[in-house]
Write a protein of this length. Sequence first.
Length: 370
Amino acid sequence: MPSNYRPGKLLSFPDPSPHALSIRAKALVFSDPRSMELLEQIDLLGPSDVSVLIQGESGTGKELVARHLHEQSGRTGPFVAVNCGAFSETLIEAELFGHEAGAFTGAQGARAGWFEAANGGTLFLDEIGDLPLAMQVKLLRVLQEREVVRLGSRKPVALDVRLVAATNVDLARAVASGHFRVDLFYRVNVAALVLPPLRERQGDIEPLACYFAGLYAQRIGVAEPKLALETVDALRHYTWPGNIRELENVIHFALLVSRGNVVRPDDLRFAGVAAPGASAESNLTPQQGLERALTRYLASQPEQAFEQIESALVHLAFRRNNSNQVRSAQALGVTRNVMRTLLKRHGLLEDGNIEDESGADRLLATTSGA
């Protein structure tokens, strides 16, 4: 029996066609329990002016969440979206803050920046983690003073802008590594929304697939197809490394090659692999398979997860390399000294169960700096 399951709240761009070549998600539904919880948080934060940081992988729908926050805010100004990674370091300041005529070579006229363009509304800074450190300092000052000074000017312009930022990296780790300013992190992270990847909200997969099936059926002028139950099962068991954008591509292709009014499993092409009838598992890369296994493991909320994962990795590498320290170190991409430390930590470095490396292995360890 085919499926055309369509529950849940849907978010989409008013006109998705300008985003056809973008990696962004063009639709987002809230049907899975995790998504419903997220929607409740969004609706609570929407009416406020609080700065929001949205964290999630590429293609999960961060901009759609930002647009919904703006729509809920009641602000009369525009929603302005800016990708911080789309401009060079020499242009990003002029793009954000504007410039006067003659401020730099090529600045023939005055121009307002994105902050001024969003006055009275919401400015969405996507991939804020890509901002250079020098620009982070200037952005922090604008947020603190709530005014902007164009390049080549000394006159401040007052701002009434709500900031919503997004990132696909762990900003807390970026702060720890010195790539993101801690004071800016606390300024943009007043409220945080974590958008789970599609593989962790399987209840959203079927309604999204049905939405895209209807969208592309209308575009190519065919009757809207239904999804076979086996097709839905295959979609749910795939890990979706490209998230919603990849799901859109898979459904679009399936409509082009399907026959009749039903999309069947052999119409699906995952991750560019053309294998009719192949299972979702067989289409996984080693990295995707690892991520899937770790996702299941972490979902069980184990105690001392990192220690257990590290122990399993060390034991497996040591066993596969016949208890040879040098080759185990090479397999894990670490030095021999680091490997010995790991072996001691996990109870594997004992005289009785370690074979002495051959002369060739000792020479290899010496020449490789292990």
